[in-house]
Design a protein around this ligand. Structure first.
Ligand code: SF4
Length: 640
């Protein structure tokens, strides 16, 4: 993929990509319409009462499109009753049927409700994780077969005024697509383009497109590639943004904000679904916070423009090449800096929130997996013995070459004229708007970049681009400050601001400062969560848990909590927790171990993509999962 292809309006001046306006029932999506918020029910679609009640809770929370699973014709048929009951209660919000494997259910659903979501990976194709050698002819035969299966739905939707979402999922790409394009972002896009082409050949344009993955890096790349193809063609369909199987709580919010936020920052996205393993109405406030951040974004201050002739590839993650200075930059993973300037005196106990606990009896430090690398103390000097893995940054005017301590200079001039400097490591603060500040720095310098621009991610990215264009390899730490917002907003906004840069390989470290919000512990877990979500530094177990839907065969929230309680010390391991066998194995395709509902009270356990224990009773399944991890040698005992 040519890195110089335009995938949004501008990298420096915020505006939303103009898409075709699509009617979904009485709500318009895309065009100049606001970013729409949507979610999916978790009830059994055959349970009309429960399905209606849950939809009402979602709509009352602000949901503008409600999705139901329709695994077979009978559920698709019951959408009629659900639609009617909602209408009777005065709720005309459009409904969507979620279809996998069952074209006939899609055609029934289109008779009753406003939109049908199809997954190109399994609408007419199969996934058995097989590599098949296609000739051009045999590939075309498969495409013709898909056209034959999909066209009746397209014509029906056209006749009835319905909309279709072509919803590609990374985890359920067909064997046909992966055989030709690999298990890749480009494969996701090609898979959707085939379906778009069939719609266009039938002059049907009431389309919304999505490119979801549980890996925010792949997800962002896929949406960018898709947007670039649509821009090139001059026909942009509305984009439905989402990170699949994001999980619950903090992890789910961070992962979602990294992926969805990175795209929104570039003006991509017309509707959002945040997939959390929580009640669906809980997803709406999160989606709203993400979307509302961009209402006034176009009023931001000027950022020096750049063409899409880039020194990095926005379609393929690669870390920016920087020099190593001490333990920052080069091949080091990004560092985390905690800000302790709110303290007047710093004592060992204050480092607890930064991942260090001091045991006075043994005179030893316990260091957690998520322990920060540096603390910034301003004019304070730490006067106790530090843990070996921790360094201190203090203001240059109080720096006296204390052990493990390095100075920070407020600007370039104060560094240039300073008489006292470290011969190992010096931090210099630079405003990201000051592109003229970029020069060749000496081998001890790490820049800390900040921005007061309303579009601060873009201003910092502009700075990185200038550095690369000038071939300056000085390591960069990104600084962001958050004031007076609630904890959830803090996590969502910081995940977006840092995540969008980390996805493009930019940054050798992150420094979060908060005032009247959050706390040191939350700042630390958020910083490590962002690095984990961008796969730039792994410090904990990764859970790929589905949001649950009408197909779910066990209590996902409760089971996820049980699995997490037993395994959350297994740093670097990816565990998939999936509600059903229909989509679960595909969606958790890159997990190391999988826990998948296969029938009522029955679980299948996976080692990577292979089922290794079948039909385990649910009450024994979590322990069996632990045994399986032990059998394969990936278990470590929890340290006290
Ligand atoms: S994997 Fe989960 S969300 Fe997806 S269809 Fe199955 S139960 Fe529903």
């Amino acid at each position: 993929m040519d890195k110089n292809i335009k995938y949004c309006n501008s990298l420096t001046e915020f505006s939303r990509l103009k898409t075709v306006e699509v009617n979904i029932g009485n709500v318009k999506f895309g065009g100049d319409n606001p970013i729409r918020l949507q979610s999916m029910t978790t009830t059994d679609t055959m349970d009309t009462q429960q399905s209606v009640e849950q939809a009402i809770r979602m709509i009352d929370a602000g949901c503008e499109l409600v999705r139901y699973t329709a695994p077979s014709k009978k559920e698709a048929e019951n959408l009629k009753a659900i639609r009617e009951m909602l209408n009777t209660k005065g709720y005309t919000t459009p409904l969507v049927a979620d279809i996998h494997f069952t074209p006939n259910a899609a055609e029934v659903a289109a008779l009753h409700i406003e939109k049908v979501r199809v997954n190109p990976g399994n609408y007419a194709d199969k996934k058995r994780f097989e590599e098949i050698d296609y000739t051009d002819e045999s590939y075309q035969v498969e495409l013709d077969r898909i056209r034959e299966r999909f066209t009746p739905l397209v014509l029906l939707c056209k006749q009835k005024g319905r909309a279709i979402r072509i919803g590609t999922n990374h985890g359920s790409l067909s064997d046909r697509i992966t055989s030709r394009f690999g298990d890749s972002a480009i494969g996701m896009v090609e898979s959707a383009l085939e379906f778009i082409q069939i719609c266009e050949d039938n002059e049907f344009y009431n389309l919304v497109i999505s490119m979801k993955s549980s890996n925010p890096l792949i997800m962002v790349q896929a949406y960018r590639i898709l947007a670039s193809k649509m821009i090139e063609k001059g026909q942009c369909y509305p984009l439905h943004l989402g990170v699949t199987e994001a999980g619950e709580g903090e992890d789910g919010r961070i992962k979602s904000a990294v992926g969805i936020g990175a795209l929104l920052e570039d003006g991509l996205g017309d509707t959002i679904r945040v997939s959390l393993t929580e009640a669906p109405e809980m997803e709406i406030p999160v989606a709203r916070k993400l979307a509302e951040r961009y209402l006034l974004r176009s009023t931001h201050d000027y950022i020096k423009p750049i063409d899409f002739v880039l020194p990095y590839n926005p379609f393929d993650h690669q870390k920016t090449n920087t020099n190593a200075v001490h333990n920052i930059g080069g091949k080091n993973h990004p560092i985390v800096i905690s800000d302790l300037t709110h303290l007047t005196t710093i004592k060992p106990v204050h480092l607890f929130g930064a991942g260090y606990s001091y045991n006075a009896t043994d005179d030893k430090w316990n260091i957690k997996e998520q322990a920060v690398d540096y603390v910034y103390t301003g004019e304070n000097i730490i006067d106790f013995n530090l843990p070996g893995t921790l360094n201190v940054i203090c203001d240059a005017k109080v720096w006296q070459n204390q052990p493990q301590t390095y100075p920070i200079f407020g600007d370039l001039d104060s560094y240039s004229f300073a008489t006292k400097k470290s011969d190992k490591l010096n931090f210099i603060c630079v405003d990201a708007s000051d592109l003229d500040a970029i020069a060749k720095f000496d081998k001890t310098v790490v820049l800390v970049i900040y921005s007061s621009n309303f579009h601060r991610m873009a201003e910092k990215r502009r700075f990185f681009i200038e550095l690369m264009q000038k071939n300056v390899k000085t390591p960069i730490v990104i600084f962001n400050e958050y004031t007076g917002i609630d904890d959830e907003s803090f996590q969502l906004f910081s995940s977006t601001d840092f995540g969008a840069l980390l996805i493009d390989g930019m940054s050798d470290g992150i420094w979060i400062k908060t005032e009247n919000c959050s706390n040191l512990q939350l700042n630390t877990s958020t910083a490590f969560g962002i690095l984990q979500a961008t796969r730039t530094r792994i410090s904990k177990t990764d859970y790929i848990s589905c949001p649950s839907c009408g197909r779910t065969l066990f209590d996902l929230q409760e089971t996820t909590a049980k699995i997490r309680a037993k395994t959350n010390h297994l740093k670097g391991l990816k565990i998939g927790i999936m509600g059903c066998i229909v989509n679960g194995p595909g969606e958790m395709a890159d997990a190391d171990y999988g826990y998948v509902g296969v029938g009522k009270g029955k679980i299948n356990l996976y080692k990577e993509r292979t089922v290794v224990k079948k039909n385990i009773a649910e009450k024994e399944a979590v322990d069996e999962l632990v045994n399986l991890i032990k059998e394969y040698g990936d278990w470590v005992d929890l340290k006290n």
